[in-house]
Design a protein around this ligand. Sequence first.
Ligand code: ADP
Length: 470
Amino acid sequence: MQILHISAECFPMAKAGGLADVVGALPKYQNELHCNASVIMPMHRTRFLENNHWDVVHKASFLFGQNSIDFTIIKETKNVLGFELYCVDVFGILDRTSIYGYEDDTDRFLIFQLAVIHWLNNNEYLPDIIHVHDYHAGLIPFMIKHCVEYRKLSMIKTVLTIHNAQYQGWMSLEKINLFPQFNKELLGLLEWGNCINPLAAAIKCADKVTTVSPTYMKELVHQANGLEDLMKQEAAKSLGILNGIDYNFWNPRTDKLIVQKYNSKTFIEGKKINKQKICSDFHFDESLPLFIFIGRLVGEKAADLLPASILKAYQQFGQQFNFLILGSGEASIESAISEIKQDHVGYYHSQIEYNETLSHQMYAGADFLLMPSRVEPCGLNQMYALRYGTIPIVRRTGGLYDTVIDFGDKNGFGICFNHASVEDIVYSIGRALDLYQSSDKVNSLRKKMIRINHSWERSAKDYIDLYNSI
Ligand code: ADP
């Protein structure tokens, strides 16, 4: 089976969050199951682009309103990722250093999608399945089914995976002039809430819709940033498939980014040495428990609650724990998180940046990982934490609900709470501090969680079963 994944991100070529991890791993695992899966994405100007070899496989142009857009498709020569990786280059539009955050993002992703289907339309071999990820590729199912020019592609089956329904790629209805020709009676397929909504269009037009965890699928019917009714309407073709994690890359036994490798037998010593490294880098007392938060500093992750929660916990429990935050995002949250640094030197620190190496060292060296998310479609951090023997403290939502059981419950190993509130977070930090008093208990939980299997193998197979069903 030939599968083409279309995405804005793919690790290690370009990563902003979990989408990249999924698109960088799923095709590799699908290929191990004898599929032929490949990925196409925009040609962001990243280190991976510069450090690898690329062949030009296609050059052409298409009309974008009155303008002709020239594009080039390049392919990474050696398949270093375990699948074919294609990138779309459009000079001045896609070849930029950041993935998102430009004023013309909606046009950029529209151009990306048009280039992809234009290329496919000129290809001799077509995929059996086009798998689009999030809104950045959300117009493709509509275009291949309904744009006159691309009729040749209309037999290809399409799957949409929603990694995050908060972002939908809204654009004004006038943008329709930039679309290839289609029967205007079908405009309703693109529209939601009086604008063109690429995510809604994909939900309507894809043959199947998946989300990245079963619980998130259930939640979307009640809370989907305006798409609740649509999710209800399309429930029959929708299902949740829990993400896996890349067991080759996220593996404390082989991880080159951590100072001491370890496994399910050597984790006590291994984690201790990794903790020493973090504590010495940030001038923490290593005898105290180390809590971490890693992620985008946005309201979805409840990162805005971190400063008040941490301060309240220091007030309530004393300076009896270290807290290290790694992330970047909204300016107001970044500054609130940085501001409290000066008064809490020696046990609190924040690194406002994206740092892959430090993230691995933190998963390996920490005692507890906090994820108080308001919305968490799947969440990968908690699964990385489990793999590295770091106890997750999570709010019961989305994929966090599906992957973490409270240690007070049968077969439990983590700490769970119900509300994204300062009170619940502080209470949970208190529970963690109590738990930390018993190293036997902590180590038995760690042993249990390191052995949990969240590899992609099962989920990759679920996706293939889904493809077969259409
Ligand atoms: P989301 O995709 O919503 O941001 P996920 O939990 O699905 O959240 O995935 C987040 C991924 O991004 C994880 O691999 C996490 O380690 C990584 N990550 C997030 N922020 C940073 C950061 N500042 N530095 C390094 N890695 C980060």
